[in-house]
Design a protein. Structure first.
Length: 133
């Protein structure tokens, strides 16, 4: 994978609500600022759904032609993405990438190369029948 840095579209509460309607995640932490601020973590505002954050990273990879045809993409959300947060996608030559918001990584991940496929065949002679059949 090539190294690159790319600005990610800024998403707001409206996009969080629209995404919630698609995936059925109507947790008020994603659309109700008062709830998010009063929640146990006392967040400064509404938070993006995890799958939406992952899609931001996948979109950045795809737009640069870096999604593997085979192999795998692994990612881990390590921080919240708040409404209207400016986020940058950073990719490195070694296949590692991250989303950075407000100077801190909010998602880290990597792309792995495809593994050679293994083919295993086992034959049960009892299932083959006899020559006379």
């Amino acid at each position: 994978m090539k190294s690159f840095t790319k600005a990610v579209p800024v998403l707001g509460k409206e996009e969080f609500v629209r995404f919630a309607s698609v995936v059925g995640d109507f947790n008020p932490i994603h659309y109700d600022r008062d709830f998010a601020q009063a929640f146990i973590l006392k967040l400064p505002g509404v938070v993006a759904q995890g799958p939406l954050v992952l899609l931001l990273a996948l979109d950045a990879l795809a737009s640069e032609g870096c999604l593997p045809q085979s192999g795998s993409v692994r990612a881990r959300i390590i921080g919240p993405v708040f409404a209207d947060m400016v986020i940058v996608f950073e990719a490195k030559d070694d296949g590692c990438f991250q989303l950075v918001g407000n100077g801190k990584a909010v998602l880290t991940g990597s792309i792995s190369e495809p593994r050679p496929e293994r083919l295993a065949i086992s034959i049960d002679p009892r299932a083959m029948g006899s020559v006379a059949d």
